[in-house]
Design a binder for this molecule. Structure first.
Ligand code: DON
Length: 589
């Protein structure tokens, strides 16, 4: 008998073991991957939070819930966001909800849906300048010319078709009902309408819908939007074409053109959301996933955190710490102004901006006893923004959404397209319209963010996930240019491991955006000693009214706990439902 060497047997055994592992390990791993003990939602309005929870109870996932919440917010927060605006959805998609057409092996994935507005093809910077080449006052802020092509309706359709489990007829139903039956005016609505009353009054459609006989409505007044209900119905029935084609598109184009805008049918039909890889970074023990360009949010956040990485904040007193964080903000926001814009139009060395070696060089600019020398000319700033909206959601599979959505300033352009109920954004103001000119948030920029047809304006929206092995934090906020510094401050708190979501949303805030060259702070954010210290170092200062409206969801994997917190500065609601969501009782709706 031929001698069969034993060594042949071992590789065979080995191959067998590898095969067994390949088949068994993934299912073992899935079975042992922790799952949230329920669902959690935090949004800027209780009705949006309830709509999201209701959709989760009906078998929807986090993406369906995000559609429902976004649509309800579009109805009840017309000052913050709407079908006439855009924004960014940051998603964590768990294997069960991978898109059906995914060919590659499906694993957990982070995706950013870029639903930012695009400049109409016929528009150039000249449209916003007078005969002397100076910006025409408010041309990029009020009226039809101020509006980019909206992205939010396309995002809702994309989410439903690619990631959701329920049809839009179900997920948009709560918003359609609210638009038709009306919602009761609440204090944030009144405050925003006060700020924008003049422009709302000038547009007959906005005046009819959002004011009461030309005046800011009293609490208790009911705002009904039957045209918006019909527009939402067309979106639910016909998807992308229900907004960007057919009757809605015709009315949008006719209405905009009749009021001085330059939209075309092609601008609308060509609009698509873009799936982009989010920005990834690390700070101490945190993994950061955040908004990619054309939002500057993720890059500026990771840069500021990279600068602070080896700065021992824990050993500093409160004043020293404030100085270090302010300097990191100044330096990171300076790069926003110098380098960032729409990546489909300009080449941006993102890799360098996110690299620890570069951050170390920037860190070397920070001095304890003086301000970093950053050259730049100060500019006038305009209005403060505290609108826009954010929602944070997690479902029982671990799917997550952080979405920041906007019309830009309060009530956007204040122009509602007749026959559609769609209030348009004024996001064109986020472009650099003239070199050196600041936008309404006082932000300056470079050629990278210069207006061009079809381009997306640079944003500061910063929907973000923070993760350790034990914890997941989903967060974001409105606040114009201050969004990034708010998310930065919250991230530093999370990294410190102190407090909880309720404390993080409440904590007083301070801000520096390079130009205008001053520290802005909420009452109580800096004590007297801190203000004196900053003054000695040469920091100009300005106290602000409270700003921001942060929404945070936390999943503590170790303790198996969920938390949802809504900023007390806004009128929102955070809600956790433990266990597998079930169908609601009628009384619960
Ligand atoms: O995209 C941006 O950065 C701004 N248009 C966001 C506006 C905003 O957050 C207004 N709220 N305060």
């Amino acid at each position: 008998m031929a001698y069969r060497p034993r060594r042949c047997f071992l590789p065979l055994m080995f191959r067998f073991l590898v095969l067994v592992c390949c088949f068994l390990l993934p299912s073992w791993a899935t079975a042992n991957t922790p799952r949230p003990p329920g669902v959690a939602v935090a949004t800027a309005h209780p009705k949006a939070t309830r709509a999201a929870i209701d959709i989760l109870r009906r078998g929807g996932n986090a993406f369906d819930a995000a559609i429902a919440a976004s649509a309800v917010l579009a109805v009840v927060e017309p000052y913050g966001h709407g079908l006439g605006g855009g924004g960014f959805y940051l998603l964590r998609v768990e294997p069960k909800d991978c898109p059906k057409d995914t060919k590659a092996k499906c694993e957990s994935r982070d995706i950013m849906i870029d639903a930012r507005e695009r400049a109409p093809m016929a528009i150039t910077a000249k449209h916003y300048l007078d005969a002397n080449g100076r910006p025409k006052p408010r041309a990029s802020l009020d009226g039809a010319l101020a509006a980019g092509i909206p992205g939010t309706p396309a995002a809702l359709v994309h989410l439903a078709e690619r990631y959701g489990r329920l049809p839009l007829s179900v997920t948009l139903a709560p918003a359609i009902r609210l638009a038709r039956e009306g919602f009761v005016v609440h204090p944030p609505y009144r405050q925003m309408a006060e700020w924008r009353a003049e422009a709302l009054r000038r547009d007959p459609e906005s005046r009819r819908i959002f004011l009461d006989d030309g005046f800011v409505p009293n609490d208790g007044h009911v705002v009904k939007q039957p045209e918006l209900a019909e527009t939402l119905e067309r979106l639910a029935a016909r998807g992308h074409d229900g907004f960007y084609g057919g009757e809605t598109a015709r009315r949008l184009v006719d209405g905009v053109r009749a009021h001085g805008g330059l939209w075309t049918k092609e601008d609308l039909s060509a609009y698509r959301v873009v799936e982009r890889a989010p920005v990834q970074g690390r700070y101490r023990n945190l993994r950061i996933t955040s908004a990619a360009l054309p939002s500057s949010g993720g890059i500026v956040l990771v840069e500021a955190l990279g600068i602070l990485e080896y700065v021992d904040l824990a050993r500093m007193n409160r004043s020293e710490r404030a100085h270090a964080v302010i300097e990191a903000m100044r330096i990171a926001y300076r790069d926003r102004a110098r380098f960032l814009g729409d990546p489909d139009f300009v080449a941006i060395d993102t890799k360098r901006l996110l690299s620890p070696i570069y951050h170390a060089r920037l860190r070397a600019l920070i001095r304890p006893h003086t301000r970093a020398r950053l050259v730049g000319q100060d500019r006038e700033t305009g209005a403060e923004g505290t609108n826009t909206t954010h929602l944070s959601i997690i479902d029982t599979e671990g799917n997550r959404v952080a979405a920041t959505l906007s019309l830009n300033t309060s009530f956007g352009s204040a122009f509602t397209v007749p026959g559609t109920g769609v209030l348009l954004n004024n996001q064109m103001d986020d472009f650099v319209l003239l070199p050196g000119a600041a936008n309404t948030y006082g932000l300056v920029g470079s050629r990278a963010n210069k207006l061009a047809p079809g381009k997306r304006p640079l944003s500061s929206m910063t929907p973000t996930f923070l993760e350790t092995d034990d914890r997941v934090v989903i967060l974001g906020t409105p606040g114009g240019s201050r969004i990034i510094s708010m998310v930065l401050l919250a991230t530093l708190e999370v990294a410190d491991g102190r407090g909880d979501a309720e404390a993080w949303v409440r904590k007083p805030r301070f801000h520096h955006q390079y130009l205008p060259d001053r520290v802005e702070y909420e009452p109580d954010a800096l004590d007297r000693a801190g203000r004196e210290h900053l003054k000695k170092l040469g920091h100009l200062q300005r106290e602000l009214r409270p700003y921001g409206n942060m929404q945070i969801v936390v999943w503590d994997k170790r303790l198996g706990r969920l938390q949802a917190a809504s900023d007390p500065r806004g009128g929102g609601e955070g809600k956790v439902v433990l266990g597998e969501p079930v169908k609601p009782a009628a009384a619960d709706r």
